[in-house]
Design a protein around this ligand. Structure first.
Ligand SMILES: *[C@@H]1O[C@H](CO)[C@@H](O)[C@H](O)[C@H]1NC(C)=O
Ligand SMILES: *[C@@H]1O[C@H](CO)[C@@H](O)[C@H](O)[C@H]1NC(C)=O
Ligand SMILES: *[C@@H]1O[C@H](CO)[C@@H](O)[C@H](O)[C@H]1NC(C)=O
Length: 375
């Protein structure tokens, strides 16, 4: 990779790898000096949940972009769709395997944007001293740090130097000290740049909604294992532009238990592995939910109404049933694919490649539903 950040970083990377190999593996310890807390390369440690695996499960319904339009019309996904949904580009290259990287798509949306955001091209889209605002990876994302974009790219690729893993965020790194470019991309420079992004197909994602600031775009870059701890907000989409990103979600009434001090990989390492797998009934329920929604939507052609009527009576109340002993809804979003996250669903994300780039579109579906139903 010819990377504009120069040879020094690559050199540190190589030296560090070599040095790490010679040490015996130790578990992470709380060394206050912050040095040498981990003395072996991460690949030498047997993690319970391995982000680099190419075969994480997916229990979320997947639909192609053209099927979405065929089912719901040219505007795409109706407002306040009640379940997570993965939308993948059409035109799958049948010579490629069907669960690989984004290269399987001969044509994909946002191909131009993907070109602009390659690790070589991204810094060229901004002035040389362009700064980015990083946030902590804990649920609250309350910590901030401002650094030049080029410095962040270097940190992402070579990893946290004083901990010493190239391109990787570990389960035991404190969330408030794990810096992440995500969400804080609302300046005019970012707004200009994000005009190159083609919006998802949804009833609240039209050009008009965008111009009226009813869609907020946020851009992010993370390395292996990085990502934000469990949190929730309104509905929207997140498209993976480069790399792979794993999503885990629970419906509003199943509030997961997690440690506020750490990022999402901590939960994947410590809680996820002991949860029960979905059984065939869970799988059937997930599938049936989408079918039922489509039927209701066709008969009412009114999203608010369709959403209300498909809600499971047990789930409809806002009561808090607490953490589930079952695994979450989950799927890996590959290049060119996107996920819809429903309103108020708890979710956490974990990036799976050393350069994972994504764009999230936060929609105003409640506002639009009111407009549509009052017409
Ligand atoms: C990206 O865009 C540049 C300039 O427009 C072009 O020369 C290059 O071939 C493109 N690369 C890819 C991978 O599409
Ligand atoms: C970025 O931050 C540095 C200080 O950290 C400052 O000197 C520089 O002017 C900033 N760049 C821009 C474009 O504001
Ligand atoms: C992060 O949180 C821990 C407590 O969990 C605290 O000891 C540490 O000082 C915090 N770091 C920063 C940079 O605020």
């Amino acid at each position: 990779m010819h990377f504009a950040l120069g040879t020094t970083s690559i050199l540190i990377f190589v030296l560090h790898k070599t040095a790490a190999r010679d040490d015996t593996c130790r578990s992470p310890s709380s060394d206050d000096a912050g040095n040498d807390r981990f003395s072996c390369a991460s690949t030498d440690i047997k993690w319970k949940w391995d982000p680099t695996s190419k075969s994480h499960p997916c229990n979320i319904h997947r639909i192609s972009h053209s099927d979405l339009l065929r089912l719901y019309g040219p505007l795409g996904l109706p407002n306040l769709y009640p379940y997570p949904l993965v939308i993948y580009p059409d035109d799958v290259d049948s010579n490629n395997n069907n669960q690989g990287d984004g290269s399987k798509y001969r044509t994909r949306r946002n191909e131009f944007f993907a070109n602009l955001t390659s690790i070589d091209n991204l810094p060229k889209q901004f002035s040389a001293d362009f700064n980015v605002t990083l946030t902590g990876s804990d649920s609250l994302s309350s910590h901030r740090r401002i650094v030049p974009l080029t410095q962040y790219l270097e940190e992402v690729i070579i990893g946290n130097q004083h901990i010493g893993f190239p391109g990787e965020t570990l389960p035991y790194q404190l969330g408030n000290e794990t810096w992440y470019l995500f969400g804080e991309t609302f300046t005019s420079e970012w707004a200009n740049f994000l005009q190159n992004y083609q919006l998802p197909s949804c009833h609240s994602c039209t050009e008009l909604h965008y111009q009226q600031h009813l869609v907020a775009l946020s851009f992010g870059i993370g390395n292996i294992g990085s990502g934000v701890q469990w949190h929730l907000h309104g509905p929207g989409f997140s498209e993976t532009i480069h790399g792979r990103k794993h999503w885990v979600l629970y419906p509003p009434q199943l509030r997961p238990e997690y440690d506020l001090n750490y990022a999402s990989r901590h939960w994947m390492e410590n809680v996820y592995p002991v949860l029960d797998d979905w059984n065939s009934l869970d799988v059937e329920k997930e599938r049936h939910g989408h079918v039922e929604y489509l039927q209701k939507w066709k008969s009412t052609k009114q999203e608010g109404a369709a959403q209300k009527s498909v809600k499971d009576p047990d789930d409809a109340k806002d009561e808090d049933n607490g953490p589930s002993n079952k695994k979450p809804w989950e799927c890996t979003i590959h290049e060119g694919e996107m996920i819809y996250f429903p309103d108020g669903w708890h979710h956490a994300t974990i990036n799976l490649e050393s350069y994972t780039v994504f764009v999230s579109s936060f929609t105003s579906e409640h506002v639009s539903t009111l407009e549509e139903t009052s017409k």
